[in-house]
Design a protein around this ligand. Structure first.
Ligand SMILES: Nc1ncnc2c1ncn2[C@@H]1O[C@H](COP(=O)(O)OP(=O)(O)O)[C@@H](O)[C@H]1O
Ligand SMILES: [Mg+2]
Length: 382
């Protein structure tokens, strides 16, 4: 028997507050991070958050905001990779009426929108070099000038930037300005991948179980002991976001009041890995190239006719999912140009709307950032 979904006067606000308050940090390494956040947050220093996709960078940015003197101002989250090079400038700094063809109204940019609060620049490594120069100037002068305007507007805000790539390497490769890097990197918060803080896995899994049980209005459900073991042993390449999706999905497919390992749909270790005396043991430290070879050998045993295309599709689709529908990152991950990627995505019918973005927006009831939804701003925190 399932209860009806609870209705809240403002579901958007409620979803945000659940999301914002929920901080599970139980592993000793995570507790150390929490102490560091407490230390860094109250200052006005720019913060750089470094971590793989899905490790909780945005959640930590919101937490920093909540602990800062800007907590009563807005929290404006912006994904620097989600906008084309031509759009990003007017999005960041705003524009005046008539600044360019199509600018029928003047519009404040993200900096002005975040004034008095926190501006969270996600995927800062995706910011085009020309924009990096302008961003640096705004940070130095603490004022923005809208495109096509002569008047500078003073801004007082906390800047938190996040990246899932090692910016030092981007600096060395000439893709990121060194001066901007030093200006952003005043205080660093490093989020470890989930596999390096195993003490967080089960507490997080239980947290998501409670969260989704409440949201779905289902009865009490628990993990079986075997399911808990499977969760703990999984390497979680997609980190906490993947764990969250796995739990959500398991809740939808499990029978009765207990979640079994099969409900989690975690990839089982491949038989070939174990069978060959040459290959290292399955699990941690396993050579991914060897695993790939083994998977291909398995596939060659099947009698599929269009194997090449299926494999290509799997590569593109998996990378695209891994990058949460971000084309720039997917292209970078695969080492191909964005145009080539777009052609492949079109071929497999993935180009219209990113399904993973849709899913996130659906679950969390937060508008996803797309070039035409101007801001993902949320006023206040809890
Ligand atoms: N420590 C945590 N406690 C609870 N939930 C978390 C934690 N870290 C991340 N999450 C959840 O995991 C998901 C991914 O986190 P997010 O901040 O979007 O990651 P990132 O920005 O690094 O890709 C979000 O739904 C977030 O609420
Ligand atoms: Mg993020």
């Amino acid at each position: 028997m399932s209860k009806p979904l609870l209705q809240f006067p403002n579901p958007h606000e409620h979803a945000l507050s659940i999301r914002a308050k929920a901080l599970v940090f139980e592993d000793p390494k995570s507790q150390e991070l929490l102490r560091r956040i407490d230390l860094v947050a109250p200052s006005r220093a720019n913060v750089l958050i470094i971590g793989e996709t899905g490790t909780g960078k945005e959640l930590v940015a919101r937490h920093v905001h909540a602990l800062s003197e800007y907590r009563d101002g807005p929290f404006v989250a912006v994904n620097c990779g989600a906008f084309s090079e031509t759009l990003v400038e007017s999005e960041l700094f705003g524009h005046d009426r008539g600044a360019f063809t199509g600018a029928v109204q003047s519009k404040p940019g993200w900096f002005e929108a975040a004034n008095g609060g926190t501006l969270f620049l996600d995927e800062i490594g995706d910011l085009p070099l020309t924009m990096q120069v302008k961003l640096l100037r705004v940070l130095q002068e603490r004022e923005v000038t809208r495109l096509g305007s002569r008047h500078a507007v003073p801004v007082d805000l906390r800047l938190v930037a996040a990246t899932n790539v090692r910016l030092e390497e981007a600096v060395a490769a000439g893709r990121f300005r060194e001066d901007l890097y030093y200006r952003l990197n005043v205080a660093t918060l490093t989020l470890l991948p989930l596999r390096d803080r195993p003490g967080d896995i089960l507490p997080l899994a239980r947290h998501f179980l409670n969260l989704y049980t409440r949201r779905l209005g289902t009865e009490r459900i628990a993990f079986s002991a075997a399911a808990e073991r499977a969760l703990e042993q999984h390497p979680w390449p997609g980190n906490i976001r993947q764990l969250e999706n796995v739990i959500h999905h398991a809740l939808l497919v499990c029978r009765g009041n207990s979640i079994q390992p099969a409900d989690l749909h975690l990839a089982a270790p491949r038989v070939t890995d174990v069978a060959s005396p040459m290959s290292p043991p399955a699990g941690a430290g396993r050579d991914p190239e060897a695993a790939l070879r083994a998977a291909l050998l398995d596939l060659f045993e099947t009698d599929a006719s269009d194997l090449y295309h299926r494999i290509e599709e799997a590569v593109v689709r998996t990378a695209f999912e891994y990058c949460h529908g971000n084309q720039l990152q997917t292209a970078r991950l695969l080492g191909i140009t964005r145009n080539v990627l777009r052609a492949r995505l079109q071929k497999i019918g993935e180009l219209q709307v990113s399904p993973s973005r849709l899913r996130v927006a659906d679950d969390e009831q937060i508008p996803s950032l797309s070039p035409d939804s101007h801001l993902s701003a949320s006023q206040g925190y809890a």
